[in-house]
Design a protein around this ligand. Structure first.
Ligand code: HEC
Length: 257
């Protein structure tokens, strides 16, 4: 029977502990920014300013009662124009988004507050608000994120998050955590829930209940990140490893086989 061992934080050179700590600090700030970004993108779409499962259902699978223009104006585009003008657009949408009223009532608002970004020249990926046809793409029934956008966002997500959790998990592998299975669960969880998270974006289109899997996956990812972060930082600078490990030059038994 051989015992595989890893080196505990406290026995790493100071330079390496500084490197690990700095990476964790920047990732921690990055994680907070990512949470704010999730909030900005989704919260408020259902009319309730909090982030709810309904918001995620609307983002991914659409909203049978609403249009993309309305969901965006309740969420990420809400601050682009004053509330009275927003109401004018909502009233127009609720009355059927007719072309007759578009020129007189709606177009001037879009010209003043939206077209600086929403033209093919400014941003070819955004709906074009220089004419009625472009606007009518977001006044049709809200079908949620299209497959093209989902594929783009999911491949970025899968690659970048794997990269982040490889680094965080590698740093954390120098910690002393017993029982060993718990340490392994903490390392594996973010990767597993990354897969369920991304898969649920697509599945929410089939059954909106999968929005809950998106939320639960995100919660588990956040908890494992926080646990690995805190344990690593604490053991790197404050923790006194058990006697047996100190006597073995910092080697932590990982698995026996
Ligand atoms: C400062 C630039 C900017 C301005 C001004 C702006 N938008 Fe946007 N808009 C964006 C960006 C960037 C996105 C894509 C990211 C997002 O949804 O937050 C977007 C997305 C949208 C979407 C969703 C498009 C889709 O297919 O998912 C709608 C609808 C929208 N904007 C409407 C408006 C309206 C209406 C206004 C004016 C009241 C406006 N925007 C003003 C930059 C802008």
């Amino acid at each position: 029977m051989t015992t595989v061992k890893s080196i505990h934080f406290q026995f790493l050179p100071l330079s390496m502990r500084v490197l690990f700590s700095m990476v964790l600090i920047v990732f921690g700030i990055g994680y907070l920014m990512a949470m704010i970004q999730v909030w900005e993108n989704h919260a408020g779409k259902d009319g309730d300013p909090m982030l709810t499962a309904k918001d995620l259902m609307i983002s991914y699978s659409g909203n049978p009662e609403g249009t993309k223009l309305e969901s965006s104006l309740r969420a990420s585009m809400a601050d682009m124009l004053p509330a009275e003008k927003r109401q004018v657009i909502f009233d127009w949408l609720h009355a059927g988004a007719k072309q007759e009223e578009f020129e007189g009532k709606i177009n001037p608002i879009l010209q003043e507050h939206c077209v600086m970004c929403h033209t093919p020249e400014a941003n070819p990926h955004l709906p074009n608000f220089t004419n009625f046809e472009g606007v009518s793409k977001v006044t049709a029934k809200d079908e949620g994120m299209n497959l093209h956008t989902l594929v783009r966002v999911s491949h970025i997500h899968l690659f970048s998050i794997t990269f982040i959790f490889f680094i965080v998990g590698y740093i954390f592998s120098h910690a002393y955590v017993r029982p060993t299975w718990l340490k392994c669960v903490l390392i594996a969880t973010p990767f597993l829930v990354l897969i369920t998270d991304v898969a649920s974006w697509y599945l929410t289109k089939v059954w909106t209940g999968f929005a809950w899997v998106v939320i639960i996956s995100g919660a588990f990812m956040g908890m494992s990140f926080a646990a690995m972060w805190l344990i690593s930082m604490w053991q790197m600078w404050f923790f006194k490893p058990p006697q047996a490990i100190a006597e073995d030059d910092g080697r932590v038994p990982c698995i026996q086989r």
